[in-house]
Design a protein. Structure first.
Length: 130
């Protein structure tokens, strides 16, 4: 059974800032915004770097079977905390094609969010047992 653990030292992006809407020829178009692009690029670079350090062969996505996922979200906030579901959607969008093919593979999910002194996302992804 494959299992991987990764840590990302980054302020989690909310889905409210991951995507942006603009108008082209009078029609609304939704696309990844600058914050979403930067977040995705960081997640991809950091995952590759951690795989290299751990000796994991990087043929993406790492897991193609049903998954169980455990996530710890630790971050600092000034005014009000971000909604946990908005953080998860942006994180799953960033991890798609890297750790898994699609977030529809996730059958079991555990998430914890807390306020702390530094930004840190910890994620453990494992294949489900048959």
């Amino acid at each position: 059974m494959k299992s991987f653990e990764f840590e990302y030292q980054i302020n989690p992006v909310s889905t409210n800032h991951y995507w942006e809407v603009s108008c082209i020829n009078g029609k609304p178009v939704v696309r990844k915004g600058k914050a979403g692009i930067n977040f995705r690029d960081f997640i991809e670079w950091s995952t590759l770097s951690q795989c290299k350090k751990k000796g994991i062969k990087t043929s993406f996505p790492l897991i193609k079977k049903p998954l169980k996922v455990s996530i710890a979200i630790e971050y600092c906030y000034q005014k009000r905390p971000k909604d946990i579901d908005n953080i998860l959607k942006a994180l799953f969008d960033a991890l798609e094609g890297i750790l898994f093919q699609n977030d529809s593979q996730i059958y079991e999910l555990y998430v914890r969010k807390r306020h702390c002194e530094k930004h840190l996302l910890k994620i453990k992804v494992s294949e489900m047992e048959d």
